[in-house]
Design a protein around this ligand. Sequence first.
Ligand code: C2E
Ligand code: CA
Ligand code: CA
Ligand code: CA
Length: 279
Amino acid sequence: AKSGRYGAICYCNKVMLGELQRRREIVRILREKLADQSFEMYYQPIYSVEDGQFRFAESLMRINHSSIGPIYPSEFIPIAEETGLIIDITYVALEKVCRFINRLLEKGIALESIHVNFSAVQFSQPDLKERVLQIIERNGIPPSAIKIEFTESTLAESPQTVTEFVLDMEQYGIKMGLDDFGTGYSNFATVIGIPFGTIKVDKSIIWASAGNHVSASAVKNIIKTFKALGMKVVAEGVETEEQKEFVTEIGIDQIQGFYYSRPLPEDDMERFMLSHNGD
Ligand code: C2E
Ligand code: CA
Ligand code: CA
Ligand code: CA
């Protein structure tokens, strides 16, 4: 290189070009996967403190591309959201989850509900309610076997639309859950005014409070409030024995985290439920 300065500029451009190319490649892969519906859904078991069973799970999308290899949701979900592709991707995900629910129910596996993640952009669709009901009806699953999870930031962005949707879905027996609670977006008064089935406390809160008395008692009081309103409270990101004990002590109803299991492909999830759930 002639000078450090030019060298630096070249380097920057190369990195940016690399990022742009990767992004373009991911958009192409998302379109391709959407066309042949070849996204993979993984399932992370959720433990109920009350009875020690795993009757809930969260569905989490995975892409394993033949040439690029695995691409993680932290990278492809934001791109799917920016391009609007997430709207149809979510319907495909819901369809796959419904089929998996049918498979478990046909085998007589006791299942309460599987959670599906909805992004904020989903709520810009005027036919959202109809599409969701259509998919559930077509698959003939009990509506209560689906729980729609959306984040605090989604609620903050469009509280009116989301609240109406929650009330509508509740009428059909479809469950609703608030995700990422405590990440700082939502108004507490708004949250407690909406009939959520579950509130999921974000992993950052769990990690920060385990071993910290001040925040632990604050979290404990918030959980008490939710429970008094008839909501179930879920802890995510529980990785250690210590964290498991902590969340149990502060009154958490359900626990999700690597301590129990990582997200699993369908076959492994089915085996997990068969081997962990007794009578
Ligand atoms: P999320 O909805 O908050 O999902 C929980 C994330 O935490 C998952 O990451 C899960 O694998 C991870 N996790 C679970 N237990 C533990 C633990 O004990 N420790 C740690 N460190 N992590 C844990 P994942 O699967 O990479 O997904 C990341 C995010 O991508 C999700 O966060 C969600 O916002 C989004 N996402 C994933 N699948 C979908 C989908 O099908 N649709 C939409 N709209 N978003 C999705
Ligand atoms: Ca979630
Ligand atoms: Ca979460
Ligand atoms: Ca999250």
